[in-house]
Design a protein around this ligand. Structure first.
Ligand SMILES: Nc1ncnc2c1ncn2[C@@H]1O[C@H](COP(=O)(O)OP(=O)(O)OP(=O)(O)O)[C@@H](O)[C@H]1O
Ligand SMILES: [Mg+2]
Length: 366
């Protein structure tokens, strides 16, 4: 069959994977911003069977082979850990092997492709709609980390080195201020002062002697499939950034992305704040699954890490604004500055509630 897939010839790509059945349709799928995703339909023994096909964005992920090696090891380990789970087919992503026996296909243009079994009766949400969803997503991410605690050696590849090295991110900001290539430093004096006043927090996690774990590193709500019927977190997806890291990075990014009711580029900053009920749900959900392996030191940093990761994103947006918007796509002037401002406003909101957040975590962890 012939499929409308933009500039890609999906029929050729599909033939390179070990799918069962007759290929009958492909539609673009999901609202991911990084990769190109299609849902494929095959007919097998008279019934439709679905798969996910993805073209990996190798402009962002510079080493797709290492990335796929990480994903293969992680999904294989998760599947073994879940072998007794009656719903195991839906609880872990499963790669479809390529015809050459590997787990990816490289086309003539140099694009890398992979395929997964489609997880049925579950969906993602682009924004958290309720504390219950925050609880379920955090529980799923905590469980994901917990199941990977004993991933056998060797260490996973660092597919994006220094991803959360906040002091290096801060250094990049200082350099951008000093160079001021776009002559914009004069427009953001307040934001620069805000950042410089908080430099001391940048090294806290790295100096806290926290254990290295396997972490997801993109813990937005839309990277968890929630069950259509029960709302339960069924499966953590989007494993491109799985690599060695600190649990605090994952929990911190959940706090950053799930507790604020406003969009990341909201201009009305009065809408930007940490909703305590969402934080409460995240902490309960996360500790309900991760609580049994986290060390006391890791738990101690849970209230803090949301502030740090939010600050880190704020300085990255500010750096990009100062550099003339070279990294993050913008759709209007000053969008990166607006993004920076929401992050800094959220940092302030966390500062105001940090004491209560800390007490809550301690009371849940017991
Ligand atoms: N195995 C699967 N089964 C069902 N749906 C899936 C599966 N894998 C991905 N999806 C759907 O496709 C969407 C895009 O997938 P994914 O998150 O991997 O893409 P992405 O472009 O990397 O996203 P992001 O913008 O979060 O980085 C998901 O939000 C989800 O709805
Ligand atoms: Mg995603």
């Amino acid at each position: 069959m012939s499929t409308p897939a933009g500039k890609y010839n999906l029929d050729t790509v599909v033939q390179r994977f070990q799918f069962n059945g007759d290929f009958s349709a492909a539609t673009t799928y999901g609202s991911g911003h990084i990769n190109d995703t299609w849902r494929l339909v095959f007919q097998s023994a008279g019934a439709p069977v679905h798969f996910i096909l993805q073209r990996i964005n190798h402009n962002i992920f510079r080493n797709p082979v290492a990335l796929m090696d990480n994903i293969e090891r992680v999904t294989t380990h998760l599947a073994a850990e879940l072998s007794d789970d009656p719903d195991r087919e839906r609880r872990v992503l499963r790669l479809i092997p390529a015809r050459d026996g590997g787990n990816w296909h490289r086309d003539d243009e140099g694009s890398y492709w992979r395929a997964y079994r489609f997880i049925e009766r579950a969906r993602t949400y682009d924004a958290v709609e309720s504390p219950e969803q925050a609880f379920q997503a955090a529980r799923a991410f905590g469980r994901f980390q917990q199941l990977l605690v004993n991933l056998p050696a060797p260490r996973l590849h660092d597919t994006i080195p220094d991803f959360h090295h906040t002091p290096k991110r801060f250094l990049a900001l200082e350099q951008a201020i000093a160079c001021d290539v776009a002559n914009r430093a004069r427009l953001v004096k307040q934001e620069i002062t805000f950042a410089l006043e908080r430099q001391s927090m940048t090294g806290v996690l790295l100096n806290a002697n926290l254990p290295e774990r396997v972490t997801h590193n993109d813990t937005k709500i839309n990277n968890v499939l929630l069950d259509d019927a029960t709302g339960e977190g069924v499966c953590v997806i989007d494993l491109d950034t799985v690599m060695p890291g600190l649990t605090a990075y994952d929990f911190g990014d959940m706090v950053r992305t799930a507790t604020c009711p406003a969009a990341e580029d909201e201009r009305d900053l009065s809408k930007v704040h940490l909703q305590f009920a969402m934080f409460d749900a995240l902490a309960r959900g996360y500790l309900s699954s991760a609580g049994n392996f986290l060390t006391g030191r890791e738990i101690q940093h849970l209230a803090f890490c949301g502030k740090l990761i939010t600050f880190e994103m704020g300085i990255r947006f500010l750096t990009d604004f100062l550099a003339g918007d070279t990294y993050y796509k913008i759709h209007r002037d000053e969008q990166n500055l607006d993004r920076c401002r929401t992050q800094f406003k959220l940092v302030e909101s966390i500062e105001q509630q940090e004491y209560a957040m800390h007490n809550l975590v301690q009371s849940i962890a017991g």
